[in-house]
Design a protein around this ligand. Structure first.
Ligand code: APR
Length: 239
C-alpha cells in the first residue's frame, strides 16, 4: 500500500473511550452506562461532587486503581498511534477525551487530555494540578495553600470547560489529516472538531466500531475493532 503522508503532513488524532475498550475499560455509552447503579452523569458533575463527595472520590479512586494496579494495558490501537507519532514527531498531536494513561504507556508523548486525567488531583482553591497514583478523599489536603485546602479529581465534569482548547484549535487549523477514533461523537466540543478540520481543508477520517452520530461529516470511514482498524490505517498512512 502506498504511503499517503508527505514530509510536511500534519496529523491531529482525537480518541475516545472506544480505543481503550479492548484494554478492559468500559466505554460510556455502549453498555448499561451504570456504575454501582449510578449513571455516569450522576458521578461526573460538579453537582454530584457537592452533593455526595464520598461517592465521587470512590468512583475515581476505583478507576485510578485499575490503572495503577496494572489491570489494564495499551492495545494494538494505542501502539499504532505511538508508531505514527514516532514517524511524524512534532507534526503529530494526539487529543484524547480519555482520562486513562494508556496512550502514554504505549509510548505517545504529544498527548493533550482535554477531559483531564485520573493520575492527578487539583487543589479546589488554587487549581494547582499534582500528579499522583494514590487514592485520595475528602480528608486529603493540598500542599500549595496555607491553610491547606481540599483537593478534587483533575477531571473535566459535565458542564465544565474542557482543557487545552486554544492549542487544539490551532492544531486543527493547520492539520492535513484529522482522524477521529473510538468516539460516539455525542459530546461537544470534541464532536465539533471534524467540522472545524473540514473547514480548514483537512482530510477527515473516522475509525470506529460503528458509525458515530456525526459520521456523515467525515471524508472517509473505517469500521471495526480499534485493535484492527488503527494499525491497518496507520500502515496505509506511513506505508
Ligand atoms: N473499537 C473501536 N470503537 C469502539 C470499540 C472498539 N473495540 N468499542 C466501542 N467503540 C466505539 C463505540 O461504538 C462508540 O461509538 O467507541 C465509541 C465510544 O463512545 P462513548 O462511550 O460515547 O465515549 P466517548 O465518545 O469517548 O465519550 C465522550 O463523554 O461521558 C463523557 O467525558 C466523557 O470523554 C467522555 C465523553
Amino acid at each position: 500500500m502506498s504511503n499517503l503522508l508527505t514530509k510536511q503532513s500534519r496529523v491531529v488524532v482525537l480518541t475516545g473511550a472506544g480505543i481503550s475498550a479492548e484494554s478492559g475499560l468500559k466505554t460510556f455509552r455502549d453498555n448499561d452506562g451504570l456504575w454501582e447503579n449510578h449513571s455516569i452523569e450522576e458521578v461526573a458533575t460538579p453537582e454530584a461532587f457537592a452533593r455526595n463527595p464520598d461517592l465521587v472520590y470512590r468512583f475515581y479512586n476505583q478507576r485510578r486503581a485499575q490503572l495503577t494496579h496494572g489491570e489494564v494495558y495499551p492495545n494494538e490501537g494505542h501502539k499504532a498511534l505511538a508508531k505514527l507519532e514516532a514517524q511524524l514527531g512534532d507534526r503529530f498531536l494526539l487529543v484524547t477525551q480519555n482520562v486513562d494513561n494508556l496512550h502514554e504507556l504505549a509510548g505517545s508523548q504529544r498527548v493533550l487530555h482535554m477531559h483531564g486525567d485520573l493520575l492527578s488531583y487539583r487543589c479546589c482553591r488554587s487549581g494547582q494540578v499534582v500528579e499522583t497514583t494514590a487514592a485520595y478523599d475528602r480528608h486529603s489536603r493540598c500542599d500549595c495553600c496555607t491553610p491547606a485546602n481540599s483537593i478534587r479529581p483533575n477531571i473535566v465534569w459535565f458542564g465544565e470547560m474542557p482543557m487545552h482548547m486554544e492549542q487544539i484549535s490551532s492544531a486543527l487549523e493547520n492539520a492535513d489529516y484529522f482522524i477521529s477514533i473510538g468516539t460516539s461523537g455525542s459530546v461537544y466540543p470534541a464532536a465539533g472538531f471534524v467540522k472545524e478540520a473540514n473547514y480548514y481543508g483537512a482530510h477527515t477520517v473516522e475509525l470506529n466500531l460503528e458509525p458515530s452520530s456525526n459520521h456523515y461529516e467525515f471524508s472517509q470511514s473505517y469500521y471495526g475493532l480499534a485493535s484492527d482498524v488503527i494499525p491497518q490505517y496507520v500502515e496505509q498512512l506511513i506505508g
